[in-house]
Design a protein around this ligand. Sequence first.
Ligand code: NOJ
Ligand code: CA
Length: 703
Amino acid sequence: MKKFITVITICISVFGLQAQELTSPNGNLEMKFSLKENGTPAYQLFYKGEEVIKTSTLGLELQDDSTSLMNEFEISDTKTSSFDKIWTPVWGEQAKIRNHYNELAVTLDQPSTDRKMIIRFRMFNDGLGFRYEFPQQENLVYFIIKEEHTQFAMTGDHTAYWLPGDYDSQEYDYTTSKLSEISSKFDEAWVGNASQTQFSKSAVQTALMMKTEDGLYINLHEAALKEYSLMNLNLDENSLVFESWLTPDAIGNKGYIQAPAVSPWRTIMVSDDATDILASNITLNLNEPNKIEDTSWIKPMKYVGVWWEMITGKSTWNYTDEFPSVKLGETDFENAEPNGKHGANTAHVKEYIDFAAENGFDGVLVEGWNVGWEDWFGHSKDYVFDFVTPYPDFDVEGIQKYAESKGVQMIMHHETSGAIRNYERHLDTAYQFMNTYDYPAVKSGYVGDIIPRGEHHYGQWAINHFLYAVKKAADYHIMVNAHEAVRPTGLRRTWPNLIGNESARGTEFQAFGGSKPNHVTILPFTRLIGGPMDYTPGIFEMDISKINPDNNSHVNSTLANQLALYVTMYSPLQMAADLPENYKRFPDAFQFIKDVALDWDESKYIEAEPGEYITVARKAKGTENWFVGNVNGTTPRTSKIKLDFLEDGKKYEATIYADAKDADYKTNPQAYKITKKSVISKSTLKLTSAPGGGYAISIFEKE
Ligand code: NOJ
Ligand code: CA
């Protein structure tokens, strides 16, 4: 393993119009950095000699500062170096990760203000990362960002898989269109949610996936988002230039910086093979190493929960329908009349614990266990939950003892309702409560507009909170799975107790009217680039009216597709989201969910095309067993896969859970076929996936 070696150090003190070049270790990618005549930094990116990012300028506009950090720069120093090291994640898609890049750090002086800024570029085989750095200095200490002006100039009218730009939500279906069509399709893409803020009809969110006419795949995202606001991208439709658009705070400012400081990394992945985007570790590699010394308490979990029944409307989070409003500590729940539909009652929770124990699940999530759900959202309510007071029918201690006796762990739920200030007030007590009752993990949630009012989910203030909650949880040995929080940017490397996030349109939307059938063929190229998603797969009953006659939603997926998601949507936290009674109806298919692993030694991305299909194989950690998943878009498709990832000379038994011949996500979603087959590394499999379908395969080594 090579150590950090400084290869060349060049000092240039003349006016900097010189181009600096940086290539990837394999030579496929090349970046050219230069200063324009007015001293504006610019870069250009090439893949295999072809331009993929046209000359794009870099810089930051500061509040109350006429010069800003935009131009009048001179290059005062450039340093190049190389890095090549392998590291071991606490959990992940693979046991070892190689961090291999060439680096160029350009120091820029601004003589008129006597200020300095560094732009650091890291070039990997699969893409480029760069960030702004503000070193300690006299004339740049505290400053406010008015806007970051980082450009990504596209070379053509690419196909994009995009979400509408928003300061508060990314719970949208993806729209696939040409770049030039974004603004005309924006209104159609913008569907209602509990908290949303629109700012430009040509804005999109990251990770943005694109495909060029020449078949190049380009992905724009960010890594290590800390003490900074989230970036959306705004497109100039005439020039096809994207520019960063940060999330403002309540008074319109976009970032408060105290030097020394760094911005998040801006990342550009490029390849002519879509599977390289899925396999890329750039986001993780640009984050700092693990900061948690003892990680023995951080463990992947497979769980069930008192959840889908509330999402579908069969039962309720609230205990009573008696109170139009609740005041914590004042409302008398003991004497209130129960509504008879409260999901989180002790007897029912025990049934879930039994089901979890019988089927080898690690945990049970229970939502609606604590008082406050009677008027929990939509009222900009500050003191909404205290996170420690159970409803009268939820026996915290009894449930804990019962779960322990069955070898199952309880998963806590903290819905904050966006009242972040209130959550922080209660955070220590809430985590202590979890320690007392042995809850190893919390699902937190941020539905609705943020309080303090005017702040956004993706502004610097909320972003600081999300990380604060994760760091504090680490002190209490608690794992965090945050819903409606900012999208992940690889921070799980530094804080591996951040085991999950939602931050996208999850399975819940299948019960709120449905998601597009190819949604899950795009998420791994976009949302999952930043980190795992608590997608909550495993729905076996697609007709939601069978659960709640008042809900006519249809789950746009076949049952085999639902199984495949445990492999294609990587996460160390996987839920079997459907009701136990639905699993009992299909015990042979449920077997795959029971068998599938959560943590992996290796992952092989076999074939992929955004919006169309993804096939992935993963080797379960510490075993010789493999699991394969294929998810398919709306066109039926036959894939031929080679099992050459299996070890030569070993014999395996494969169980294939595939769509039946007549399966279809809409008309016949529950038609599947299970076959068993002896396989070796030379075997190939030919399998057909239905519209919105797929297949899952478990491959166990024979004794
Ligand atoms: C939205 C979350 O995504 C969902 O999982 C949760 O049940 C509700 N909020 C209530 O907290
Ligand atoms: Ca959600």
